[in-house]
Ligand binder design. Structure first.
Ligand SMILES: *Cc1c(COP(=O)(O)O)cnc(C)c1O
Length: 448
């Protein structure tokens, strides 16, 4: 353990960790980054296969973004966002309205994903109250959903690992059974699927729509549940049902926005527009805490009136509209346009797909390889035929993570699901290194 690690463990409580694990494998202290690589204080380098928690788009310490940030700092770093505004926030908001699906016309700024979810829930609930439909007080979600870790976000999430102990603190949510394509109950495969699994949601909405203000969903990929990918037809059906029953469609694109799925926004796969959309993670290219909630004119107008009518949405976060984060986001969107990023990513994701399928073909532990855009997941199973899973206590993912780390890869498996979610600047050479080394690590684990 080096001296930084000793001090780190003396003073820091890390997120999403059992701190005891660090006795064996202390935190890796990163000194600098360049492109897809991270360099630690001991001079080791790691290929960041997960874009540092799904945030980084154009590499670490990107020259172009650094420059935009420097320019911004020399003007204004941050300014109060109530009654005041700043140029990058205005530029960004205009751009976001232009590139997001058509119903989304107003931008509400915040500073992290969970708080964007809280804002979307509050806005949706409050909207119906404004409209005098006071019975609409609940949200619907699907099984295996993840929307963040604050109490409202946990209430609409459905991963016991994160929420079970807090149940007494959470509000009541109506849950429909979501898609499960790898283990499809309807005997469909991804080609024949017509989102038959929407059946349960349809029933829930039919029965409960009078109580429902909104439904929140991760479009196309349920990330934290293990990169579970499902059909856009499900989203199309959901859009139709939400219109029919006057329920807000809240798209949580925090993980999938900004090109991750191959389209700028995941809702585009289904050709639908949500009523509210949460964006974070990639929005600031992995540089700064930042999020937005995009809403429709209809929702915005329900809050518009004289001060004395008490209609306003009195929610705030201190760092909302931070000028540095907004300047970075603007620069990031320029890179998308000027470097033809989505087109170029197609070639990269194709290569990741081919190499992964090739390696997975003869591997007895790979149940499924699935991919959408720049997200590729490898689900490991005990038995390919029965699709039986490993016990979570075996920590298969964590063990493989440790092996891969020694080989210079930063993976972060979710249970028994390994995935590649690299920065968009990853090269062909690094793609090969990433896929080959991951499979070497898988084999090494199972040889033990
Ligand atoms: C990461 C994530 C969140 C929470 O964002 P934080 O910034 O970690 O609070 C919410 N929803 C989805 C889909 C996410 O992936």
């Amino acid at each position: 353990m080096n001296s930084y690690q000793k001090k780190d463990l003396q003073y820091i409580w890390h997120p999403c960790s059992q701190m005891k694990d660090y006795e064996e494998l202390p935190p890796i202290v990163i000194e600098r980054g360049e492109g897809c690589y991270l360099y630690d204080v001991e001079g080791n380098k790691y290929l960041d296969c997960i874009s540092s928690w799904w945030t980084n788009l154009f590499g670490h310490s990107n020259k172009r973004i650094n420059k935009a940030l420097q320019n911004q700092i020399n003007n204004i770093e941050h300014v109060i966002f109530a009654n005041f505004s700043n140029k990058p926030a205005i530029e960004l908001a205009e751009k976001l309205v232009e590139i997001t699906p058509d119903r989304l016309k107003k931008v509400y700024f915040s500073d992290n994903g969970s708080s964007a979810v809280e804002i979307a829930l509050k806005m949706s609930f409050h909207y119906h109250q404004q409209k005098g439909v006071s019975k609409k007080t609940k949200f619907a979600t699907i099984t295996n959903a993840y929307h963040g870790e604050t109490l409202g976000a946990l209430s609409v999430g459905h991963l016991d690992l994160y929420s079970k102990i807090y149940k007494p603190l959470l509000f009541d949510t109506i849950r429909a059974e979501g898609p499960d394509c790898y283990r499809c109950k309807y005997g469909q495969n991804r080609e024949t699927c017509n989102a038959e699994c929407f059946e349960d949601m349809e029933k829930v909405l039919q029965d409960k729509h009078e109580e429902l203000c909104g439904i929140i969903i991760e479009p196309m990929i349920q990330g934290a549940a293990g990169m579970r990918m499902y059909s856009p037809i499900y989203l199309k059906k959901l859009r139709i049902a939400c219109d029919k029953y006057q329920i807000h469609f809240i798209a949580d694109e925090i993980a999938v926005g900004f090109g991750r799925t191959g389209k700028m926004f995941a809702c585009e796969h289904a050709g639908i527009s949500p009523d509210l959309m949460c964006l974070s993670k990639g929005i600031s290219a992995g540089y700064m805490p930042m999020s937005v909630v995009m809403t429709s004119d209809e929702i915005y107008e329900a809050f518009y009136g004289e001060y004395t009518e008490l209609k306003a949405f009195l929610h705030s976060h201190t760092y909302a509209g931070n000028a540095m984060a907004c300047a970075i986001a603007c620069e990031s969107l320029k890179i998308f346009e000027e470097d033809n990023v989505l087109e170029n990513n197609k070639i990269k994701s194709q290569l990741i797909r081919e190499l992964t399928l090739e390696k997975a073909k003869n591997c007895p532990y790979v149940g499924e390889v699935r991919q959408l855009g720049m997200v590729t997941a490898v689900e490991l199973v005990k038995d390919k035929v029965t699709k039986e899973v490993f016990s979570w206590k075996d920590r298969v993912g964590y063990e493989i993570y440790k092996i891969a780390l020694n080989k210079g890869l930063l993976l972060r498996p979710i249970g028994n699901v390994l995935y590649f979610l690299p920065p968009y600047v990853i090269t062909e050479k690094d793609i090969k290194y990433m896929v080959n080394t991951t499979f070497e690590s898988i084999y090494e684990y199972f040889r033990k």
